[in-house]
Write a protein that binds this ligand. Structure first.
Ligand code: HMG
Ligand code: MG
Length: 306
């Protein structure tokens, strides 16, 4: 496929405040999370995954989600999303006034058990009342499929296992479905095979690529997904993150690197690379973590700030 046929526009879902920070061992102050989200809002991101209304016993870092959602300055038009694993989470998210709730399961039974303490089918049954309530309340519904390209417990995951969960999420009424490489093991051939298999479920515009960068393949995987017509990608500022239930998995692909790639391809994202690189500097200094964005670091060094 030629470069001309790549999407002209891409929606970046900035997941740093949730996926990026959820794995931090020491609690990141709500004020820091709020300032991060406000800066991302000002930078113009169309969709920010801001928090998670999950059990604080399971993910203590997300305990301040209500305060975070109450403290941010929202920009009309920006979608602020939160993860919800059950009705308890949904009720909390509605009180917080979110734009989108994200239900999350996995393509592998073993990972579903570790992450949400139930089977895939049990998770879908748990999501049914959430989906009904979200539709009634006019809240967008997104579905996320972990381990769609490999599982730390099961190993190989087949495209048909991904298709099966995607069909269930479609039937729930998900507006968008994330195909997540939770442990960052995929390579472009597998990415293409999975998106090709998903064509029977929904048009490609309804799927998002959520790539972690553990094996350094995430940008290549994004390029492969672009060639398949995928136009929604998740990324995390400065490449922050990891998954509490996937040992050794590193953060999401860095937002700065994705924007740099897309800008080079002439693909519109609505956000400015330089401004986003400076947000990467802000958050990595604020939580004293290394900046994992190659493009971000290169730019900051050129400004004498790295
Ligand atoms: P459980 O222990 O089976 O559930 O957990 P439970 O109903 O027995 O609840 C246990 C306790 O948690 C109870 O408190 C509940 O009230 C409380 P207690 O009575 O013991 O004091 N609780 C809650 N509190 C607040 N909000 C809630 C909530 N639910 C229960 N919503 C459960 C089952 C699903 C709740 C748990 O496993 C959980 O919260 N899991 C979330 C794990 C998580 O957040 N993982 C990271 C996000 S997924 C991810 O990162 C992948 C993604 O990025 C894509 C990719 O890369 O793959 C999206
Ligand atoms: Mg993730």
């Amino acid at each position: 496929m030629s470069q001309d046929s790549l999407p002209k526009q891409v929606k970046i879902v900035e997941v740093g405040p949730r996926d990026g920070l959820q794995n931090e061992k020491s609690f990141v102050a709500n004020e820091v999370k709020i300032e991060l989200i406000n800066r991302l809002t000002t930078a113009g991101f169309a969709n920010i995954e801001a928090a998670a209304f999950v059990s604080p016993k399971w993910v203590p870092q997300m305990a301040g989600s209500h305060e975070v959602m109450a403290g941010i300055d929202r920009r009309p038009g920006t979608i602020y999303s939160v993860l919800v694993p059950n009705m308890q989470g949904y009720d909390r998210s509605r009180e917080a006034g979110v734009d989108e709730v994200v239900v999350f399961s996995a393509a592998s039974e073993a990972f579903a058990q570790k992450n949400i303490n139930c089977s895939i089918d049990e998770s879908i049954a748990r999501f049914e009342p959430i989906a009904k309530a979200a539709k009634a309340d006019g809240i967008r519904l997104r579905g996320s499929i972990s381990c769609a390209l490999g599982c730390p417990y099961q190993g190989e995951v087949t495209p048909s296992e991904v298709v099966s969960v995607a069909q269930k999420m479609r039937d729930l009424g998900c507006d968008e479905i994330d195909i997540a490489d939770t442990i960052g093991v995929a390579t472009p051939g597998r990415v293409k095979a999975v998106f090709e298999a998903l064509q029977v479920v929904l048009p490609v515009e309804r799927f998002a690529g959520h790539f972690h960068d553990t094996y350094g393949q995430s940008l290549a995987n994004i390029y492969a997904a672009l060639q398949m017509g995928v136009s929604i990608f998740h990324s995390s500022i400065a490449g922050l993150g990891g998954c509490p239930y996937a040992k050794g998995a590193t953060g999401n692909v860095a937002t700065e690197d994705v924007i740099y790639l897309l800008r080079g391809l002439g693909i519109e994202t609505g956000v400015n690379f330089e401004e986003v690189a400076r947000i990467g500097a802000f958050i990595t200094h604020a939580i004293d973590r290394p900046n994992h964005s190659r493009a971000g670091k290169a730019f900051l060094a050129s400004e004498g700030k790295a």
